[in-house]
Design a protein around this ligand. Structure first.
Ligand SMILES: *Cc1c(COP(=O)(O)O)cnc(C)c1O
Length: 458
């Protein structure tokens, strides 16, 4: 039998959760317009909406919060954070920001000029937004397998080197400011990139004198997959793997809300002094002084401590094993999920789960609402509702994938909680024909999934 590591922490502070009855949950989801984003957190039993900013901090991080040096300039917590990023990630310069998108804004403004082309391994919403808002054109160069929910591949986040070279040649190298390399790829389901691919991408980029900037948001999860799936690295420490990964980059943007184990914060890191100097000028306009960016001193302290905790093997081994555990329980009951499971979430294939619903009946939205009613678990739709409408024709985008994301926060839930999730989803799968489709009753113009309201179809 497969073994899953027990929690490598013990619990010293608890937060009680509310368990509503099924009748009460039916009432709450109706009030929320069948949109899980509009549920109140206190009405949710197990919250798998996102792993962003939802991590549990350690006793050491909470102790660090008391050491906040809230000086306007030159806070000692900044120097601690700077040294930690230099030691653990290996980059020379760092600029703190309020979260990841703040760093993406700075990098895009500094590097991108009108009509530049930025190749990347699938997009992330905020990353692509800032690239395009600064006149750039994003080109997806991820391998084809990343777009196939059932394609088995150890490193589904890899860049297709032929696609990358073709994009560079077509755009001309001087119009490619950098390659945007995400490790892991959130939108592909948290799929990792191999060290061999990272290295090959860097070498190819450098042949054309192009920089590589990583989206390092989920870099520790990526390092874990390299250790467990890439033979040459099985005896390396997570820290050694991370360090090597970053030798193949000129810098990175980071959302601290994920692999830095904090609730808020981020940074831009670079080895390029010119980029650093421009970032120091810009950060004052958009975030704050270069020695705090968008963060309080205490938050920088907690982040510095979190960066070191995240590279401890027992922590990351347990985290990825939790994701695997939930995936394995669902697979054992033949529930259709995206395979292999990635680093932060299990994605249900709503089309296969609810074959009686057409895409116009919003199957993933309906399934997410039904999961809440069944079990008090909150998940997120990633399908036609999230995809929005075409700017020119005003028709719905019809994405290939209709997914429901069950995202696991870091250090928050136990395997028993995941059993509740699995039992609820499996029960629902066996009664899936009872899930009714939904229709929009209120549809916002932009990023409609956040605030849209729905009603059940008859
Ligand atoms: C969350 C996330 C971001 C954006 O970071 P924020 O802190 O939410 O602004 C960027 N890239 C990836 C891969 C992410 O998961």
């Amino acid at each position: 039998m497969k073994q899953y590591p027990a929690e490598p922490f013990r619990i010293k502070s608890v937060e009680m959760m509310k368990m509503l009855s099924k009748a009460e949950r039916e009432e709450k989801i109706k009030e929320a317009g069948y949109n899980t984003f509009l549920l109140k957190s206190e009405d949710v039993y197990i919250d798998l909406l996102t792993d962003s900013g939802t991590s549990a901090m350690s006793d050491k991080q909470w102790a660090g919060m008391q050491l906040g040096d809230e000086a306007y300039a030159g806070s000692k917590n900044f120097y601690h954070l700077e040294k930690t990023v230099q030691d653990v990630y290996g980059f020379k310069y760092i600029i703190p920001t309020h979260q990841g998108r703040g760093a993406e804004n700075l990098l895009s403004k500094i590097k991108i000029k009108q009509d530049d082309v930025i190749p990347g391994n699938m997009y992330f919403t905020t990353t692509r937004y800032h690239q395009e808002a600064n006149g750039g054109i994003f080109k997806d160069v991820i391998i084809d397998a990343a777009h196939e929910p059932s394609a088995q591949h150890d490193f589904k986040g890899n860049i297709d080197l032929e696609k990358l070279e073709a994009v560079i040649l077509e755009a001309k190298p001087e119009n490619v400011p950098y390659v945007s390399l995400a490790v892991t790829v959130n939108m592909a389901g948290g799929q990792p990139v191999s060290m061999a691919n990272i290295k090959a991408v860097y070498e190819l980029a450098k042949r054309y004198k192009i920089d590589v900037y990583m989206d390092a948001t989920r870099c520790v999860e990526n390092a874990y997959f390299i250790k467990s799936r890439e033979a040459a690295y099985q005896h390396h420490s997570i820290e050694a793997i991370l360090k090597e990964m970053f030798t193949y980059a000129d810098g990175c943007t980071m959302s601290g809300k994920k692999d830095c184990l904090v609730n808020i914060g981020g940074f831009l890191a670079t080895n390029d002094e010119a980029v650093f100097n421009q970032a120091k000028e810009l950060v004052v306009v958009f975030e704050g002084m270069p020695s705090y960016g968008g963060m309080a001193g205490r938050d920088m302290e907690a982040m510095a401590i979190g960066i070191k905790e995240a590279v401890q093997y027992p922590y990351i081994h347990h985290r990825i094993s939790q994701v695997q555990y939930l995936a394995d329980r669902l697979l054992a009951a033949n529930v259709p999920i995206v395979q292999p499971a990635g680093g932060h979430a299990v994605f249900l294939d709503a089309r296969a789960f609810c074959p009686h619903l057409s895409q116009d009946e919003l199957p993933a939205q309906a399934l997410a609402a039904a999961i809440y009613v069944e079990s008090g678990v909150r998940a997120m739709e990633r399908g036609i509702v999230s995809a929005g409408r075409d700017k020119d024709t005003n028709e719905h985008h019809y994405p290939k994938l209709e997914l429901v994301r069950l995202t696991i926060p870091r250090r928050v839930y136990t395997y028993s909680h995941l059993d509740v999730v699995a039992d609820g989803v499996i029960h629902l799968y066996n009664h899936a024909q009872d899930i009714k489709g939904l229709k929009f009753v209120y549809e916002p113009q932009m990023l409609r999934f956040f605030n849209a309201r729905f009603a059940p179809l008859p």
